[in-house]
Design a protein around this ligand. Structure first.
Ligand code: B12
Length: 464
């Protein structure tokens, strides 16, 4: 059966091949289905243009990946699809973290799957193909993680996690070819092109209250075998000529021994690749031998989650790190490696004072960082901070819809939206408007296209 896998259009400038859809396509294909990935962000497809594609493909099932900030943009797609009477299923971050909310907002979408859906989506597609439409509730109830508008207590349907990542194969790279995505991906800068993002591990055991990752990917770290990852890199080099890869994991450096084995294998692989970890790694497990091994294996850049310059806020975030240790580790990276280091910071935590935000801004300038990224706290559904934000006036029913990639309508008590944006702008300007930083930054711009994307991202972030 033909199955369309898609995500609604948005204006993100962090556009990279989507692993979630890629792995689902592989699972469906292995089961004999005919998956078609339509990336509405990459292909700039609004609802009407998407429906035209759907009519052309005539699928038996359509699956939407939904982030929380996709909720407003998803509606026109669902409305436009209604007359076609094709079964629709949603999955990904929002349906996984907030299934009841998803059903409430989209009672007209008959199916939702929580968690990693390689197996459940395949079972569902098999059942739809067999029945010539959505099967009855008795069968649906047997599909792990599946929720329908009549499911009592959707939150009790637990998220599915794949125990064996190697068995999933590779994402369907032909359909999410790295060559079909913009050349300035998430980290904005690359050293060599083309570049492919990969997922090596899934899950993260840390309880950080601002992150929703563990709801979708679980608390236990699951690793692919090193040889499986090497096979994928060989495939990416041979098929697309990639010369660089980016590890997009939640917590790649969690298991020190695994990282050392990975680096050893990469060094011995004969592959001439450079790589980076632009999604943020934890600093705890990094010591000089790991840093040396990573650099020797071609790593040239990492992003590190520092989050706050206030120990009180780090404690509230349940980051489980001492500020002093964070500072020490960043300095150690600078001392031991020649890496480009990016710091991730969050401002606007419930109860955070202006002085604490200033401390974060000051810390960003004090650390030996090359780049810094400041985000305003988003009380994402299912996170530890969400109930705290609710108590401070956050109304998920309405406020969640005003959340976007760079915007969160939440502000700590006593601070207005305007003031928050001003603090954010000052943080960016304060960090980047220094000769050493700006000079390095400009030197790394490789093309007018990259410059254009950078300017757009800057405007996205700071515009009022
Ligand atoms: C890699 C990553 C990125 C990458 C790539 C994202 C992409 N869409 O291509 C980049 C860096 C670009 C990125 C950007 C952002 N991200 Co991000 N990202 C992640 C991260 C760390 C891993 C995602 C991943 O690739 N996992 C591996 C793949 C294989 O799994 P998966 O995508 O979850 O897919 C599985 C299931 O979700 C499900 N599934 C997925 N799609 C579908 C579709 C259907 C139909 C079905 C049935 C099932 C299904 O099955 C898949 C296979 O197992 C997650 C954390 C996490 N653990 O989830 C955050 C996360 C998903 N990101 C998040 C956010 C908020 C963002 C940003 C808004 C940035 C920000 N301000 O934080 C932007 C938005 C970008 C955009 N417009 O698309 C949130 C989402 C929370 C939410 N409720 O919406 C997460 C959970 C992190 C967090 N902050 O808590 N991100």
């Amino acid at each position: 059966m033909k199955v369309i896998l898609t995500r609604p259009w948005n204006t993100t400038s962090m556009l990279i091949p989507n692993h979630g859809l890629g792995y689902l396509a592989t699972a469906l294909r292995q089961a004999g289905h005919d998956p078609v990935i339509i990336d509405c962000i990459r292909d700039r497809l609004h609802a009407d243009a998407f429906v035209r594609r759907v009519l052309h493909e005539a699928p038996g099932l359509i699956g939407f990946q939904v982030y929380t900030f996709d909720l407003p943009t998803l509606r026109p797609y669902i409305d436009a699809l209604k007359p076609l009477n094709i079964p629709v299923v949603t999955g990904g971050p929002h349906p996984s973290a907030a299934p009841a909310d998803m059903i409430r907002r989209f009672p007209d979408v008959p199916l939702l799957i929580r968690g990693e859906a390689e197996s459940s989506l395949t079972i569902l597609a098999d059942a739809i193909a067999r029945h010539g439409g959505i099967p009855g509730p008795e069968l649906l109830e047997t599909i792990p993680g599946l929720v329908t508008p009549t499911t009592t207590d959707p939150e009790s349907r637990s998220c599915v996690l794949n125990p064996d990542l190697d068995s999933l194969g590779f994402p369907d790279w032909e359909q999410i070819s790295p060559l079909s995505y913009p050349i300035a991906p998430q980290g904005t800068f690359t050293r060599r092109l083309p570049v492919a993002p990969i997922i090596v591990t899934r899950g993260c055991p840390y309880p950080c209250t601002f992150c929703a990752g563990k709801i979708i990917s679980g608390r236990a770290i699951r690793t692919r075998s090193v040889s499986h990852v090497m096979d994928e890199l060989h495939y990416l080099v041979n098929t697309f000529g990639i010369r660089e890869f980016h590890i997009q994991d939640d917590n790649f450096t969690f298991d020190r021994d695994y990282v050392l084995a990975f680096c050893q294998a990469l060094t011995n692989s004969g592959l001439d690749l450079v790589w980076s970890c632009p999604n943020g790694i934890r600093l705890d497990s990094l010591d000089s031998s790991v840093l040396h091994a990573m650099e020797h294996a071609g790593c040239y850049s990492v992003a590190v989650g520092i989050e706050s310059g206030s120990q009180r806020i780090l404690n509230l975030m349940r980051k489980q790190t001492a500020l002093g240790d964070l500072i020490h580790k960043v300095r150690e990276i600078r001392r031991v490696t020649r890496w480009e280091i990016t710091g991730f910071f969050i401002i606007g935590y419930p109860g955070e004072t202006r002085e604490e935000m200033e401390a974060t801004i000051r810390l960003s300038r004090r650390l030996p960082l090359d780049k810094a990224n400041f985000g305003i706290l988003m009380p994402l559904p299912g996170t530890g901070v969400e109930p705290v934000a609710r108590a401070a006036g956050w109304n998920p029913d309405t406020d969640m819809l005003r959340m976007s990639e760079y915007r969160s309508p939440f502000t700590p008590a006593g601070i207005t939206q305007r003031q928050m944006r001003w603090i954010l702008t000052r943080a960016f300007v304060g960090f980047y408007a220094r000769p050493r930083i700006i000079w390095r930054f400009i030197r790394r711009i490789q093309s007018p296209d990259q410059f254009r994307i950078l300017c757009r991202r800057f405007i996205d972030v700071v515009k009022p």
